[in-house]
Design a protein around this ligand. Structure first.
Ligand SMILES: Cc1cc2nc3c(=O)[nH]c(=O)nc-3n(C[C@H](O)[C@H](O)[C@H](O)COP(=O)(O)OP(=O)(O)OC[C@H]3O[C@@H](n4cnc5c(N)ncnc54)[C@H](O)[C@@H]3O)c2cc1C
Length: 399
């Protein structure tokens, strides 16, 4: 801890957040015409300038070089505020930690500081039309030439690609190697010739995802992140950071569906006398408290450099199930009013529509269960699904 001691650090962080962020439960404040990405970048810049971005990241790359105690203190205080950082979460929660782990000195010097300052936005291009849960089934190819690598293929579900300056992308670099051994991870400048980004519109009318088409895209040799043909190891490292990031963040982001908000709405509508609502709320409270507590433990371990491994999957699964439970509780309390009633409930409605996505993003609940079964409980290995075209309720896992 710095010379000023933990209480003072926490008090200073709280004071800064009170001036620069909205407290939880305040709803969505007006943003004066600023777009979501502009607001996130501005906030991230302010966070970095105040010394609260990259708290434990090395000073030489623009981090604060402080200890996990400061980070834990900041995270604890930040839990009481809504930080507009979602569009930058791929960079901060996944790319940054992976690059610090696997990147070259040159890559860290080039990319970490602009990421921390909110100057450059990142996206993640793993999923493809026929490679979602089975990431290693990807077909995007990269062929080595004198000038670098030529990439061809198609990625889907790429969150934030519309804003991204850079992305990390997985491509097959050795078609003859075993499935997990012929993949390489690259850094892709999203403005390179041959990159086409097409928005995918979802039920809310927004387009948070994109399809990214790569047509003879040339990337330089030094764009390889990690080692050639060892991209699977880099992908596993990044997915590990993603699951801890999603699993420990899920609660803070689900403000409209949080227990406090749902309990307030239930009280306002006189719904707390309904036995079903009371039972749902009670369970929402228990689940939320458990997820928060587990998230805090894992975050503290991750911050301290302890390998949380497959327990990140447990956190992600619990967070996703909490979201679905909260969505169910909100529907029970509001009934048709959630869609037909006052605009007051717009944020709740959006939370309900988005809840199933949390059970899919970063690996589906079934995939997290497989990881927990195999790597925590030691059960036999999953053989994959026999026929991906079957409706989900008819899918059988083969052994
Ligand atoms: C909100 C959101 C954001 C996302 N952002 C990104 C992003 O930025 N970058 C990116 O690369 N991807 C992103 N994704 C994609 C996400 O990672 C994939 O959707 C996910 O991995 C599932 O892949 P799929 O959609 O192809 O489903 P499939 O893999 O086709 O799965 C279909 C169904 O089969 C089940 N299933 C599959 N295999 C098994 C098995 N072995 N055992 C049991 N059941 C199985 C799945 O659980 C699922 O229910 C995002 C997704 C969402 C919802």
């Amino acid at each position: 801890m710095t010379g000023s001691g933990p209480d003072e650090y926490r008090a200073q962080a709280r004071q800064w957040l009170e001036t620069n962020a909205s407290p939880l439960g305040d709803g969505d404040a007006a943003h004066g015409g600023e777009s979501e990405i502009e607001r996130s970048k501005r906030f991230q810049h302010a966070l970095w300038s105040a010394g609260y971005a990259g708290i434990t990241w090395p000073k030489e790359y623009g981090g604060q070089g402080l200890t996990t105690e400061e980070l834990a203190a900041f995270n604890q205080v930040a839990g009481d505020f809504v930080l507009p950082s979602v569009p930058l979460s791929v960079g901060m929660g996944m790319v940054g930690p992976t690059m610090l782990e696997l990147g070259t000195r040159e890559q860290k010097s080039r990319y970490i500081l602009p990421l921390l300052r909110g100057d450059e936005v990142w996206c993640q291009m793993f999923s493809e039309p026929d490679a979602g849960s089975d990431v290693a089934g990807l077909r995007t190819r990269a062929v080595r030439t004198g000038a670098g690598w030529i990439l061809n293929g198609r990625k889907v579900w790429t969150s934030n690609a519309q804003w991204a300056d850079f992305g990390v992308i997985l491509a097959r670099t050795d078609a003859d190697a075993p499935k997990h051994r012929g993949i390489t991870m690259f850094i892709l400048d999203m403005r390179r010739a041959g990159v086409t980004i097409r928005p995918l519109v979802v039920a809310t009318g927004d387009a948070p995802f994109n399809e990214v088409v790569l047509d003879d895209v040339l990337v330089p040799h030094d764009a390889v992140l990690g080692r050639v043909n060892r991209g699977w190891d880099a992908a596993v490292a990044m997915l590990r950071h993603e699951r801890v990031s999603i699993g420990t963040r899920v609660q803070k982001r689900s403000n409209a569906l949080s227990f406090d908000n749902l309990a307030r709405i239930a009280r306002d509508r006189g719904a707390t006398s309904d036995a079903v609502v009371r039972r749902r709320l009670a369970e929402a409270y228990v689940r939320e408290s458990a997820v928060l507590a587990y998230g805090r433990v894992l975050q503290a371990e991750a911050n301290a450099g302890v390998e949380v491994g497959p327990r990140g999957s447990a956190a992600k699964l619990a967070g996703a199930e909490l979201r679905l439970w909260q969505a169910l509780t909100a529907q029970e309390i509001l009934g048709p009013d959630v869609a037909l009633g006052d605009r007051e409930f717009d944020a709740v409605a959006l939370g309900i529509v988005a809840a199933p996505g949390v059970a899919t993003a970063g690996g589906t609940n079934e995939i997290q269960r497989n990881i927990i079964a195999e790597r925590i409980l030691g059960l036999p290995k999953d053989g994959g699904i026999a026929d991906k075209n079957l409706p989900f309720n008819q899918i059988r896992t083969s052994r």
